[in-house]
Design a protein around this ligand. Structure first.
Ligand code: IPE
Ligand code: IPE
Ligand code: MG
Length: 216
């Protein structure tokens, strides 16, 4: 899920762009509820890209300060639902405090194997692929596709069947470029805070009608 359009949602309400992010978190909470209801085992959200580091600092601060708040509120639910939480991306960008909160949530949920919620934070697919290539070089021998995938941040998580981007742009903006090879893509005009269960159900229905050939 590429959760785009938060800034524009706030601007349309004559609010500062950063007001769009807490509204986006509420939508995320509703999405997670729907994903659990539908028994969808894997959800990966794009929350902050490597390239988003180039945003004005007040906007970055507005996003980063939501991270500890979100984890505190959401963790009990993930424990209850037996869903693991995992962060992909370069976490060195964040403060010690945030890194500890993330690691603690990952450790507390690591044993849950049936459901996984993945948050792409300071994530960029090109940076991820370069990290994976360096990991492959360290291994020292030519790798198969499966072995290479185990060097990616998403190791152990299956490739996405569906990628949804809200906010009307028709691009991936450096999200899961390697993993998206055969994903079904959905670009929808709703700004992220306006996304709802009804729209998710429509997308799943349309997904069911698509013919995935995988080149065959
Ligand atoms: C996407 O919302 C979330 C992040 C990049 C953190 P935006 O902040 O890009 O909102 P728009 O696309 O400018 O409206
Ligand atoms: C993609 O949105 C990143 C996230 C949703 C976190 P952007 O708003 O950063 O993408 P561009 O700049 O429109 O390509
Ligand atoms: Mg955007």
């Amino acid at each position: 899920m590429i959760m785009d359009g938060n800034g524009r949602w706030a601007k349309a309400r004559l609010l500062p762009r950063s007001a769009g992010y807490p509204a986006g978190v509420k939508t995320l909470e509703r999405l997670i509820e729907a994903v659990f209801e539908l028994d969808i085992p894997y959800l990966t959200i794009f929350a902050f890209s490597t390239e988003n580091q180039g945003r004005p600092s007040e906007e970055i601060d507005g996003i980063v300060k939501l991270i500890p708040k979100y984890f505190k509120k959401a963790l009990p639910n993930f424990l209850k639902k037996k869903c693991s939480i995992r962060i992909i991306g370069d976490r060195n960008y964040f403060s010690n405090n945030i890194r500890e909160i993330i690691a603690s949530a990952e450790n507390q949920t690591a044993a849950f194997k049936d459901r996984a919620f993945t948050i792409a934070l300071n994530y960029g697919a090109r940076a991820e692929i370069v990290r994976a290539v360096n990991c492959a070089i360290e291994k020292g021998n030519p790798l198969s596709e499966t072995e290479f995938a185990s060097c990616l941040d998403t190791a152990g998580i299956p490739d996405p069947d569906i990628i949804i981007r809200t906010g009307g742009e028709h691009r991936l903006s450096n999200f899961l470029l390697y993993q998206a090879a055969y994903a079904e893509l959905f670009f929808i005009p709703d700004l992220w805070p306006d996304f709802n269960k009804k729209r998710l159900h429509e997308i799943l229905e349309e997904y069911g009608k698509r013919n995935r050939r995988f080149g065959k």
